[in-house]
Write a protein that binds this ligand. Structure first.
Ligand SMILES: [Zn+2]
Length: 332
Protein backbone atom coordinates (compact mmCIF):
# COMPACT_ATOMS: atom_id res chain seq x y z
CA UNK A 1 0.00 0.00 0.00
CA UNK A 2 1.03 3.63 -0.07
CA UNK A 3 3.66 4.61 2.39
CA UNK A 4 4.27 8.28 2.92
CA UNK A 5 6.44 8.78 5.98
CA UNK A 6 5.83 11.76 8.28
CA UNK A 7 9.03 13.48 7.11
CA UNK A 8 7.87 13.26 3.48
CA UNK A 9 4.66 15.26 3.84
CA UNK A 10 5.95 18.47 2.26
CA UNK A 11 7.27 16.60 -0.79
CA UNK A 12 4.05 14.60 -1.09
CA UNK A 13 2.00 17.81 -1.07
CA UNK A 14 4.25 19.19 -3.79
CA UNK A 15 3.68 16.11 -5.89
CA UNK A 16 -0.08 16.47 -5.38
CA UNK A 17 0.08 20.09 -6.48
CA UNK A 18 1.91 19.13 -9.67
CA UNK A 19 -0.99 16.82 -10.52
CA UNK A 20 -3.73 19.24 -9.54
CA UNK A 21 -2.19 21.99 -11.64
CA UNK A 22 -1.73 19.64 -14.54
CA UNK A 23 2.00 20.16 -14.72
CA UNK A 24 3.23 16.70 -13.91
CA UNK A 25 6.53 16.18 -15.74
CA UNK A 26 7.59 13.00 -17.53
CA UNK A 27 10.63 12.56 -15.29
CA UNK A 28 11.10 13.30 -11.61
CA UNK A 29 14.43 13.04 -9.83
CA UNK A 30 13.96 12.12 -6.18
CA UNK A 31 17.06 12.72 -4.12
CA UNK A 32 17.97 12.62 -0.46
CA UNK A 33 20.09 10.79 2.11
CA UNK A 34 20.10 7.02 2.37
CA UNK A 35 17.12 5.66 4.24
CA UNK A 36 14.87 8.68 3.66
CA UNK A 37 12.43 6.41 1.77
CA UNK A 38 12.82 7.50 -1.87
CA UNK A 39 11.64 4.15 -3.19
CA UNK A 40 8.56 4.07 -0.96
CA UNK A 41 7.72 7.62 -2.08
CA UNK A 42 8.09 6.72 -5.76
CA UNK A 43 5.99 3.58 -5.28
CA UNK A 44 3.22 5.51 -3.55
CA UNK A 45 3.31 8.08 -6.36
CA UNK A 46 3.18 5.32 -8.98
CA UNK A 47 0.28 3.56 -7.28
CA UNK A 48 -1.64 6.83 -7.14
CA UNK A 49 -0.93 7.67 -10.79
CA UNK A 50 -2.12 4.23 -11.85
CA UNK A 51 -5.21 4.17 -9.63
CA UNK A 52 -8.43 4.11 -11.65
CA UNK A 53 -10.74 5.68 -9.09
CA UNK A 54 -11.42 9.41 -8.91
CA UNK A 55 -9.32 10.78 -6.09
CA UNK A 56 -10.61 14.24 -5.54
CA UNK A 57 -10.52 14.05 -1.75
CA UNK A 58 -7.96 11.67 -0.37
CA UNK A 59 -4.85 12.28 -2.50
CA UNK A 60 -3.92 8.62 -2.18
CA UNK A 61 -4.60 5.52 -4.25
CA UNK A 62 -7.92 3.86 -3.45
CA UNK A 63 -6.44 0.42 -2.81
CA UNK A 64 -9.43 -1.47 -4.22
CA UNK A 65 -9.71 -0.78 -7.96
CA UNK A 66 -8.36 -3.23 -10.54
CA UNK A 67 -5.16 -1.23 -10.94
CA UNK A 68 -4.53 -0.94 -7.20
CA UNK A 69 -5.09 -4.68 -6.78
CA UNK A 70 -2.53 -5.39 -9.48
CA UNK A 71 -0.12 -3.02 -7.77
CA UNK A 72 -0.63 -4.68 -4.37
CA UNK A 73 -0.12 -8.11 -5.92
CA UNK A 74 3.26 -6.83 -7.13
CA UNK A 75 2.66 -7.46 -10.82
CA UNK A 76 1.23 -4.29 -12.31
CA UNK A 77 2.00 -4.39 -16.03
CA UNK A 78 2.36 -0.59 -16.17
CA UNK A 79 5.03 -0.36 -13.48
CA UNK A 80 8.60 -1.44 -14.03
CA UNK A 81 11.89 -1.19 -12.14
CA UNK A 82 15.39 -0.64 -13.41
CA UNK A 83 18.18 -1.41 -10.99
CA UNK A 84 21.69 -2.87 -11.33
CA UNK A 85 21.57 -6.60 -12.02
CA UNK A 86 24.34 -7.03 -9.44
CA UNK A 87 24.16 -4.95 -6.29
CA UNK A 88 26.64 -2.08 -6.27
CA UNK A 89 27.34 -2.37 -10.01
CA UNK A 90 26.26 -0.27 -12.97
CA UNK A 91 22.93 -0.31 -14.79
CA UNK A 92 23.52 -1.80 -18.24
CA UNK A 93 22.76 -0.06 -21.50
CA UNK A 94 20.58 -3.03 -22.52
CA UNK A 95 18.36 -2.37 -19.49
CA UNK A 96 17.86 1.23 -20.64
CA UNK A 97 16.99 0.03 -24.15
CA UNK A 98 14.35 -2.26 -22.62
CA UNK A 99 13.04 0.67 -20.62
CA UNK A 100 12.72 2.81 -23.76
CA UNK A 101 10.77 0.08 -25.48
CA UNK A 102 8.61 -0.46 -22.42
CA UNK A 103 7.47 3.16 -22.07
CA UNK A 104 6.46 3.33 -25.71
CA UNK A 105 4.10 0.34 -25.36
CA UNK A 106 0.42 0.91 -24.82
CA UNK A 107 -0.47 1.02 -21.16
CA UNK A 108 -2.55 -1.86 -19.78
CA UNK A 109 -4.91 0.31 -17.75
CA UNK A 110 -5.00 3.14 -20.27
CA UNK A 111 -3.15 5.47 -17.92
CA UNK A 112 0.63 5.58 -17.73
CA UNK A 113 3.73 3.47 -18.16
CA UNK A 114 5.90 4.10 -15.11
CA UNK A 115 9.52 3.17 -14.51
CA UNK A 116 11.42 3.59 -11.25
CA UNK A 117 15.20 3.74 -11.75
CA UNK A 118 17.23 3.08 -8.61
CA UNK A 119 19.90 4.17 -8.09
CA UNK A 120 19.88 6.49 -11.09
CA UNK A 121 23.52 7.35 -10.41
CA UNK A 122 24.41 3.75 -11.30
CA UNK A 123 24.16 4.84 -14.95
CA UNK A 124 27.48 5.63 -16.57
CA UNK A 125 27.80 8.28 -19.26
CA UNK A 126 26.88 6.09 -22.22
CA UNK A 127 23.96 4.51 -20.37
CA UNK A 128 22.72 7.95 -19.38
CA UNK A 129 23.10 9.11 -22.99
CA UNK A 130 20.90 6.22 -24.11
CA UNK A 131 18.18 7.54 -21.79
CA UNK A 132 18.57 11.14 -22.88
CA UNK A 133 16.38 10.98 -25.99
CA UNK A 134 13.48 9.53 -23.96
CA UNK A 135 13.85 12.41 -21.50
CA UNK A 136 13.94 14.94 -24.32
CA UNK A 137 11.02 13.51 -26.28
CA UNK A 138 9.05 11.40 -23.81
CA UNK A 139 6.17 9.23 -25.05
CA UNK A 140 2.98 10.93 -23.88
CA UNK A 141 2.05 8.29 -21.28
CA UNK A 142 5.55 7.69 -19.89
CA UNK A 143 6.61 8.62 -16.39
CA UNK A 144 10.09 8.04 -14.98
CA UNK A 145 11.19 8.29 -11.37
CA UNK A 146 14.95 8.56 -10.99
CA UNK A 147 16.12 7.89 -7.42
CA UNK A 148 19.49 8.93 -6.09
CA UNK A 149 21.35 9.45 -2.84
CA UNK A 150 24.13 11.10 -4.85
CA UNK A 151 22.43 13.22 -7.54
CA UNK A 152 25.65 15.15 -8.25
CA UNK A 153 26.98 11.94 -9.80
CA UNK A 154 24.32 12.15 -12.51
CA UNK A 155 25.29 13.92 -15.73
CA UNK A 156 23.97 17.47 -15.87
CA UNK A 157 22.15 16.58 -19.11
CA UNK A 158 20.02 14.10 -17.14
CA UNK A 159 19.49 16.31 -14.11
CA UNK A 160 18.42 19.28 -16.19
CA UNK A 161 15.70 17.24 -17.89
CA UNK A 162 14.08 16.09 -14.65
CA UNK A 163 11.94 17.97 -12.18
CA UNK A 164 13.51 17.57 -8.78
CA UNK A 165 11.96 16.66 -5.48
CA UNK A 166 14.64 16.84 -2.81
CA UNK A 167 14.52 15.38 0.67
CA UNK A 168 16.69 16.88 3.38
CA UNK A 169 18.01 14.75 6.25
CA UNK A 170 15.22 14.14 8.74
CA UNK A 171 16.02 15.73 12.10
CA UNK A 172 12.91 16.88 13.96
CA UNK A 173 11.76 15.60 17.35
CA UNK A 174 8.86 13.91 15.54
CA UNK A 175 11.33 12.02 13.32
CA UNK A 176 13.30 10.81 16.34
CA UNK A 177 10.04 9.82 18.04
CA UNK A 178 9.08 7.81 14.95
CA UNK A 179 12.33 5.88 15.31
CA UNK A 180 11.90 5.45 19.08
CA UNK A 181 8.54 3.83 18.49
CA UNK A 182 10.09 1.35 16.07
CA UNK A 183 12.96 0.28 18.31
CA UNK A 184 12.56 -2.81 20.41
CA UNK A 185 15.20 -4.65 22.34
CA UNK A 186 18.30 -2.71 21.35
CA UNK A 187 21.06 -1.13 23.38
CA UNK A 188 21.32 1.74 20.92
CA UNK A 189 19.38 4.93 21.54
CA UNK A 190 17.29 6.54 18.79
CA UNK A 191 19.49 9.65 19.01
CA UNK A 192 22.71 7.65 18.52
CA UNK A 193 21.23 5.71 15.57
CA UNK A 194 19.88 8.88 14.00
CA UNK A 195 23.27 10.50 14.13
CA UNK A 196 24.97 7.44 12.63
CA UNK A 197 22.42 7.25 9.83
CA UNK A 198 23.06 10.73 8.45
CA UNK A 199 19.40 11.67 8.79
CA UNK A 200 17.75 8.71 7.06
CA UNK A 201 15.27 7.21 9.54
CA UNK A 202 14.91 3.93 7.60
CA UNK A 203 18.68 3.58 7.49
CA UNK A 204 18.81 4.33 11.23
CA UNK A 205 16.38 1.48 11.75
CA UNK A 206 18.31 -0.90 9.51
CA UNK A 207 21.58 -0.24 11.33
CA UNK A 208 20.56 -2.42 14.26
CA UNK A 209 20.20 -5.42 11.95
CA UNK A 210 23.30 -7.55 11.47
CA UNK A 211 26.63 -6.75 13.05
CA UNK A 212 27.72 -3.59 11.33
CA UNK A 213 27.49 -1.37 14.41
CA UNK A 214 29.58 -3.83 16.40
CA UNK A 215 32.01 -3.88 13.48
CA UNK A 216 32.89 -0.24 14.22
CA UNK A 217 34.47 -1.44 17.46
CA UNK A 218 36.64 -3.93 15.54
CA UNK A 219 37.68 -1.17 13.13
CA UNK A 220 38.58 1.11 16.00
CA UNK A 221 40.52 -1.57 17.86
CA UNK A 222 42.44 -2.51 14.71
CA UNK A 223 43.32 1.13 14.06
CA UNK A 224 44.43 1.44 17.65
CA UNK A 225 46.66 -1.62 17.55
CA UNK A 226 48.11 -0.43 14.24
CA UNK A 227 49.01 2.88 15.83
CA UNK A 228 50.95 1.38 18.71
CA UNK A 229 52.55 -1.72 17.27
CA UNK A 230 53.23 -3.40 13.98
CA UNK A 231 50.42 -5.70 12.92
CA UNK A 232 49.61 -8.13 10.22
CA UNK A 233 47.84 -5.72 7.86
CA UNK A 234 47.01 -8.49 5.41
CA UNK A 235 45.19 -10.37 8.17
CA UNK A 236 43.31 -7.25 9.26
CA UNK A 237 42.31 -6.42 5.67
CA UNK A 238 41.04 -9.97 5.19
CA UNK A 239 38.98 -9.62 8.37
CA UNK A 240 37.53 -6.25 7.32
CA UNK A 241 36.53 -7.74 4.00
CA UNK A 242 33.72 -9.59 5.76
CA UNK A 243 31.67 -6.40 5.63
CA UNK A 244 30.55 -4.72 2.40
CA UNK A 245 33.23 -2.38 1.13
CA UNK A 246 30.95 0.65 1.12
CA UNK A 247 29.98 0.05 4.73
CA UNK A 248 33.58 -0.37 5.88
CA UNK A 249 34.70 2.79 4.09
CA UNK A 250 31.74 4.78 5.41
CA UNK A 251 32.39 3.67 8.97
CA UNK A 252 36.10 4.34 8.59
CA UNK A 253 35.45 7.86 7.33
CA UNK A 254 33.01 8.53 10.17
CA UNK A 255 35.49 7.23 12.75
CA UNK A 256 38.37 9.28 11.35
CA UNK A 257 36.15 12.39 11.18
CA UNK A 258 35.22 11.87 14.82
CA UNK A 259 38.90 11.55 15.74
CA UNK A 260 39.56 14.83 13.89
CA UNK A 261 36.67 16.46 15.74
CA UNK A 262 38.12 15.30 19.06
CA UNK A 263 41.55 16.63 18.12
CA UNK A 264 40.17 20.00 17.11
CA UNK A 265 37.44 20.61 19.65
CA UNK A 266 37.90 18.16 22.55
CA UNK A 267 34.11 18.27 22.54
CA UNK A 268 32.25 14.99 22.52
CA UNK A 269 28.68 16.12 21.96
CA UNK A 270 29.20 16.58 18.19
CA UNK A 271 30.54 13.09 17.56
CA UNK A 272 28.78 10.88 15.02
CA UNK A 273 29.74 7.76 16.98
CA UNK A 274 28.40 9.15 20.22
CA UNK A 275 28.18 5.69 21.77
CA UNK A 276 31.91 5.10 21.18
CA UNK A 277 33.14 8.37 22.66
CA UNK A 278 35.29 6.69 25.36
CA UNK A 279 36.95 4.35 22.85
CA UNK A 280 37.62 7.27 20.49
CA UNK A 281 39.11 9.35 23.30
CA UNK A 282 41.28 6.39 24.17
CA UNK A 283 42.94 6.26 20.76
CA UNK A 284 43.05 9.95 19.81
CA UNK A 285 46.08 10.91 21.89
CA UNK A 286 48.36 8.54 20.02
CA UNK A 287 47.45 10.17 16.67
CA UNK A 288 48.36 13.48 15.10
CA UNK A 289 45.97 15.78 13.30
CA UNK A 290 47.80 16.01 9.98
CA UNK A 291 47.98 12.23 9.63
CA UNK A 292 44.29 11.94 10.46
CA UNK A 293 43.35 14.46 7.80
CA UNK A 294 45.56 12.74 5.23
CA UNK A 295 44.02 9.40 6.15
CA UNK A 296 40.53 10.79 5.80
CA UNK A 297 41.36 12.12 2.32
CA UNK A 298 42.87 8.78 1.38
CA UNK A 299 39.83 6.75 2.48
CA UNK A 300 37.57 9.25 0.70
CA UNK A 301 39.60 8.82 -2.48
CA UNK A 302 39.38 5.03 -2.21
CA UNK A 303 35.66 5.30 -1.58
CA UNK A 304 35.21 7.34 -4.76
CA UNK A 305 37.33 4.87 -6.69
CA UNK A 306 35.34 1.92 -5.41
CA UNK A 307 32.13 3.64 -6.54
CA UNK A 308 33.50 4.58 -9.94
CA UNK A 309 35.11 1.33 -11.03
CA UNK A 310 33.18 -1.78 -11.73
CA UNK A 311 36.07 -4.17 -11.21
CA UNK A 312 37.87 -2.97 -8.11
CA UNK A 313 39.56 -5.42 -5.79
CA UNK A 314 38.18 -4.99 -2.27
CA UNK A 315 41.12 -6.62 -0.54
CA UNK A 316 43.61 -4.41 -2.40
CA UNK A 317 41.73 -1.27 -1.41
CA UNK A 318 41.68 -2.29 2.25
CA UNK A 319 45.37 -3.22 2.26
CA UNK A 320 46.21 0.15 0.68
CA UNK A 321 44.22 1.96 3.37
CA UNK A 322 45.92 0.03 6.17
CA UNK A 323 49.35 0.59 4.66
CA UNK A 324 48.58 4.29 4.36
CA UNK A 325 47.40 4.45 7.98
CA UNK A 326 50.89 3.40 9.08
CA UNK A 327 52.67 5.55 6.49
CA UNK A 328 50.60 8.69 5.90
CA UNK A 329 53.71 10.69 5.01
CA UNK A 330 53.84 8.80 1.69
CA UNK A 331 50.93 10.97 0.61
CA UNK A 332 53.19 14.00 0.17
ZN1 LIG B 1 -7.23 2.42 -7.03
Amino acid sequence: MTKIYPWQNTQWQRFQKMQQQNRLPHAILLSGPKGIGLKEFAQSAAMQLLCLSHQTISNIACGICKSCRLYIAGNHPDLNYIEPEDSGKQIKIAQIRELIEYVTLKSFTGKRKIVIIEPADAMNRSTANALLKTLEEPPSQSMLFLLSNMPSKLPITIRSRCQRIDFKPAHTEADIDWLKNKLVDTKYSAEALFRLSGGGPLRALSLIEGEQLEFRIILLEDLKSMSIKSCDTVQIAANWQKLEIENILNWLMQIILDLIRLKLFCEKSHLMNLDLKEDLQDIVNSLDLVSLIRNFDFVLLKHQQSLAHMNYNTLNILEEILFYWNNPETGN
